[in-house]
Design a protein around this ligand. Structure first.
Ligand code: ATP
Length: 238
């Protein structure tokens, strides 16, 4: 199968600090792939590098058959990659409705309205709160809004950075359930970064383990879940 996204030998730096050290990673169409790793392993950097900020210094990033390694971030987004960044970064003073519209990136009104209905079907809580300011939503609702906003651009590849961060287990299950439903019903391809390795590996088809900026393990999610070294490092108590 031809990968929708493929990284080979990707490095990234913050000044003199090397955050990514020759990353090899593939995401096939229709897959949910998770990238797990400890604090500071470079997970967020990998997501941001795919979007061109920071830029990969070495290596190649190919999306949908085209080399996007040097393509500007806004153009990468236009080609169908959407990111729901860590920390959510919704617009706190804007309403739920306005936040969602910001994600539509100038698509025409009819199409945006249709996509918004799909987002509301996925997260009915948002529909009840269209006029509420983003900043007054609960943590879980803000996460739903951030994912919903990313979906408004009708991406083919959704990059999700730690959607479970700071949320109660029940809310995490709701959000992961929504991602699974979306993947099953629309075939949306998802790259999910998580510290919550147990939940992420149960949701994903495949997984990668990132340690100090390098991939140390990869495989079917069920196989990774069963490996003693993964259990010891990432799943104890999880
Ligand atoms: P976490 O799970 O804590 O979010 P992470 O795996 O996402 O961690 P990154 O945020 O990608 O890790 O950070 C990787 C490394 O790069 C860390 O050592 C971090 O301190 C460093 N780093 C990240 N952002 C910057 C920056 N803007 N300037 C300098 N160093 C940075």
């Amino acid at each position: 199968m031809t990968a929708l996204l493929s990284l080979s030998g990707v490095t990234a730096f913050y000044g003199a600090i090397q955050a990514l050290k020759g990353v090899e990673l593939n995401v096939n169409p229709g897959e949910i792939v998770t990238l797990i790793g400890a604090n500071g392993a470079g997970k967020s950097t990998l997501m941001m590098t795919i979007c061109g900020n920071p830029r990969a210094r070495d290596g190649r990033i190919v999306y949908d058959g085209a080399d996007i390694t040097r393509v500007p971030t806004h153009e990468i987004m236009r080609q169908g990659i959407a990111q729901s960044p860590e920390g959510r970064r919704i617009f706190p003073r804007m309403s739920v409705y306005e936040n969602l519209l910001m994600g539509a990136h100038g698509r025409d009104g009819g199409e945006a309205a249709e996509t918004m209905e799909q987002v509301f079907a996925l997260f009915p809580r948002l529909k009840e709160r269209t006029a509420q300011r983003g900043g007054t939503l609960s943590g879980g609702e803000q996460q739903m809004l951030a994912i919903g906003r990313a979906l408004m651009s009708r991406p083919r590849l959704l990059l999700l950075d730690e959607p479970s961060l700071g949320l109660a287990p029940l809310v995490v299950r709701q959000i992961f359930g929504a991602i699974r439903d979306l993947n099953r019903s629309t075939g949306l391809t998802v790259l999910l970064v998580e510290q919550n390795a147990f939940q992420a590996l149960r949701l994903a088809h495949r997984g990668y383990v990132l340690v100090n900026g390098a991939i140390t393990m990869a495989g079917a999610a069920a196989d990774l879940l069963a490996r003693p070294e993964i259990r010891a490092a990432y799943l104890e108590g999880g």
